[in-house]
Ligand binder design. Structure first.
Ligand SMILES: [Mg+2]
Length: 439
């Protein structure tokens, strides 16, 4: 059930010519000059960011270096420095965080803020947008400009932001939608490419206004299920907030008899972690919280959660979970959980026997385990991870995901999962990564 749209619900911020502006920020001699940033500066390299001067000269993001040089021979081509852009991203994020806790990074240079009811009016929303832009210039870099759009949904806020570049601040309201669409071309709508433009055109929809005025049956006839989504999207309903349904990613499993011991339970937990971590990455999430539960046959149980630095790789997930599991008590009547916190080698001999001194000590029988990751956020920024170990672990994890995609989950697995390989089969199909615009 969709909520009715409300004005001023979402603020969208997009940094202008981000990588190129950061280069101009740190190298003042590049200011006022057409600059193209490319991962490889040879002729076949691709320009991933063009400065506003380069754009004015007709150079687009995505052109080849050799094409750009043909258009403007004196263009300065700079080799991209992802680590530098990530530092700037984090500084911008700090500014946004200082204004609102309800924000979400969508990519390295785009953020949205969900405005609170108190902020949902023209004067306050406008001031918030202007203040954020100013503070980025003051605190992060005087050469950095951004475009801000404010609207009822992230789609409309983004479209509003794109109306004025660079350095714009635009509001679109529900009552002004007809006028807003009247000034646009179909391909100006986020999510409408030339192919869709052609399809709509062949059904007589030649402008955003035609599109807006078409009813659901007609849109379904042209675009199938996506037609219905477009009907609501164009009216400011939030249909693209794809992250809210997934607040946690986790798996649980009732242990088969042969796994009802500590080693078996730990092996199944590892297997569950592999599945959950793979889903995190498929959903392009970072998790900043972990929880683990183990239930035992005698109705006792262990449950603990903790906050952790954002991650999406399997190794971090395993490390965090097994760190928590150090606190789990696997026996009744013994003191193993206390012992695990002591430096065993340094204890006097009598103390070393503390665990076996109690004749009633016996292992508990685990019957059910579960792990989950929560505090999810979008993981676009990890594309630019500068931390080598994390990056390496992430690459290994992604390579394994690809093999799983091709051959089925569990085709590759580390030796430690081997005994649990056939336990905890997949019940939940792996979702494909979601895109900004749903079809
Ligand atoms: Mg941008």
């Amino acid at each position: 059930m969709l909520n009715s749209p409300i004005d001023f619900q979402t603020l969208f911020l997009d940094m202008n010519s981000f990588f190129a502006s950061v280069e101009q920020q740190v190298q003042p001699k590049l200011r006022g000059v057409p600059v193209g940033v490319a991962p490889y500066i040879g002729g076949s390299g691709c320009i991933i960011a063009a400065s506003r001067e380069a754009k004015l000269a007709g150079i687009k993001t995505g052109s080849l270096v050799r094409e750009a040089k043909k258009i403007y021979p004196k263009i300065k081509i700079i080799e991209s420095r992802p680590a530098l852009y990530l530092i700037y991203h984090k500084e911008i994020k700090k500014v946004i965080e200082s204004f609102s806790p309800y924000f979400q990074p969508l990519s390295i240079d785009e953020f949205i803020i969900h405005l609170t009811p108190r902020e949902q009016n023209f004067a306050t929303a406008m001031k918030l947008g202007a203040d954020i832009k100013d503070k980025i210039r003051e605190n992060v870099g005087d050469f950095l400009t951004s475009s801000v759009g404010i609207g009822p949904s992230r789609f409309l806020a983004k479209m509003a932001g794109e109306r004025k570049k660079p350095d714009g601040l635009t509001i679109v309201k529900l009552s002004g939608l007809e006028k807003f669409y009247a000034d646009l071309k179909l391909t100006d709508l986020t999510g409408i490419n030339h192919q869709l433009e052609f399809r709509l055109g062949s059904f007589g929809i030649n402008s955003p206004l035609d599109f807006f005025q078409a009813d659901i049956p007609r849109l379904r006839q042209i675009l199938g299920h996506a037609g219905r989504l477009w009907f609501y999207r164009l009216r400011g309903f939030e249909v693209d907030n794809v992250q809210s349904p997934t607040k946690t990613v986790g798996h649980s499993h009732v242990l088969a008899p042969e796994f009802r011991n500590r080693a078996g339970a730990e092996a199944v937990i590892r297997k569950l972690i592999y599945k959950a971590a793979s889903r995190l990455r498929a959903g392009k999430f970072l998790a900043a919280g972990i929880s683990v539960s183990v239930s035992f046959h005698d109705a006792s149980g262990f449950h603990q959660s903790k906050k952790v630095p954002p991650f999406s790789d399997t190794k971090s997930f395993i490390d965090h979970v097994f760190e928590i599991l150090k606190n789990c008590r696997w026996c009744s009547g013994c003191h193993c959980e206390e012992r695990s916190n002591l430096d065993f080698k340094r204890l006097p001999r009598a103390e070393k026997n503390i665990g076996s001194r109690n004749d009633n000590a016996r292992p508990l029988t685990p019957s059910y385990v579960s792990v989950s990751a929560f505090n999810l956020s979008s993981s676009h920024e990890i594309q630019l991870s500068i931390f080598k170990d994390i990056e390496k672990s992430r690459q290994i994890s992604e390579a394994m995901d690809k093999i799983d995609d091709q051959f089925g989950v569990g085709f590759v697995h580390p030796a430690s999962v081997f005994s649990a390989k056939d336990s905890a089969p997949d019940r939940i199909p792996f979702g494909k990564p979601r895109y900004e615009i749903r079809h």
